[in-house]
Structure formats: C-alpha cells, structure tokens
Ligand binder design. Structure first.
Ligand code: 5GP
Length: 193
C-alpha cells in the first residue's frame, strides 16, 4: 500500500477586485471536499455577509488577543484600513484530515505563509487587463470613491508581485478559473515547478 499523499495547501492571492472571493466560492460550491479558510477581520460585515461563513467578524481587541496568542498563521492590514488574518488551528486540522485547503488572502499574507509553510502552492489570480480590473471594482459598487482609490493604489503594487508566485491563473471567466484552481488543489501533492 502506498503512503497517503500529504494534503495540499494552496494560497490564492491577487489584486483587489480580481475576483478571488468569487473564484474561491465557485470552488467551494462545486467541490465541497476542498476546505476554504474563514479569515478573521476587523472590517464590519457588508450586507449579506454572515459571521463564521464569509469571515469571523471580530473587534480590534479580539484581533489583538488572537495575534498575542499566536492563533493566526498570518495577518495583515489590508488597504491601509482593517486587519485580516488566517486562524491557524483550522488550517492545520484540515490538512491533518487530508483535505485540500485553500487560503484566499492578500499579498502580504501570502508572503508570510511563504516563510512559515514554503511547501504550499502559491497561485496568483490576475485580471485580463488593468482596465478590466478597474471596471470590476467600480461595477462591484461596494466601496466609496475614496476606498476605491485606495484599493486601486494597492492593486498596482500587487500586480507587480506576480513573479513571486508559482502559478498564474488569468480570471477571464469565473468557472474556468475555478476549474484551474481545483486541478491545482487536487493534483499530486508537492510543488511542481
Ligand atoms: P474584502 O474586505 O474585500 O473582503 O477583502 C479585502 C482583502 O483582504 C482581499 O484582498 C482579501 O484577499 C484580503 N484578505 C481576506 N482575508 C485575509 C486574511 O486572512 N489574511 C490576509 N492577509 N488578507 C486577507
């Protein structure tokens, strides 16, 4: 009998509004065997977001306590405003169960995971073009003008980081991008560079 394959951890990053959340949700909808990390955040919920499903919405004090206790695998201030972090224990539990695990986080977080879990596969989701990225951010309509400007500024830096990643998926269309991601999550463990 062959040894059980070590389960794979995939870190998905990419610029704001490229569709990371939508692609991750599509993966989860079609492949319930893929475990998707639920981040903690100090950002208030948007309409329709459910605590414990989309995020764990926590106070600044609660977030401080998680950091102090070492409960977060990584964390970062994103877009210069709120803090976001990946609770460590659920990731370890999912991998121990042998489930392919997906983290959808920002670039700063991906760099931290690269330090602590270099065996993970780092996937960059890129937009078909800069104009398309701006169109998606404006079309989403969830941010104020000032917040949009801030996020586009971050996006410029984030796009330049593509070369740090193992694989790029261009998000032309959500289902196709999700299918590419599932292939990476479920292919033989170990990084294939
Ligand atoms: P949003 O506020 O639109 O839900 O997310 C803003 C950004 O935070 C996205 O780029 C998303 O990838 C990032 N993000 C979400 N969860 C985490 C996390 O746990 N850690 C880090 N570093 N970034 C995260």
């Amino acid at each position: 009998m062959s040894a059980p394959a070590t389960s794979r951890l995939v870190v998905l990053a990419g610029p704001t509004a490229v569709g990371k959340g939508t692609v991750a949700a599509a993966v989860r909808a079609d492949h319930p065997e893929v475990w998707l990390s639920v981040s903690a955040t100090t950002r208030p919920p948007r309409p329709g977001e459910v605590d414990g499903v989309h995020y764990r919405f926590v106070s600044a004090a609660e977030f401080d306590a998680m950091v102090a206790a070492g409960d977060l695998l990584e964390w970062a201030v994103v877009h210069g405003t709120h803090r976001y972090g990946t609770p460590r224990a659920p990731v370890e539990a999912a991998l121990a169960e042998g489930r392919p695990a997906l983290l959808e986080i920002d670039l700063q977080g991906a760099r931290q995971v690269r330090e602590t879990m270099p065996e993970a596969l780092f996937v960059f989701l890129s937009p078909p073009s800069w104009d398309e990225l701006v169109r998606r951010l404006v079309g989403r309509g969830t941010e104020s003008e000032a917040e949009r400007e801030r996020r586009l500024l971050t996006a410029r830096t984030e796009l330049a980081a593509e070369t740090e990643f193992d694989v790029t998926i261009v998000n032309h269309e959500v289902r196709a991008a999700a299918a590419e991601l599932v292939t990476l999550l479920t292919s033989v463990s170990g990084r294939q560079r």
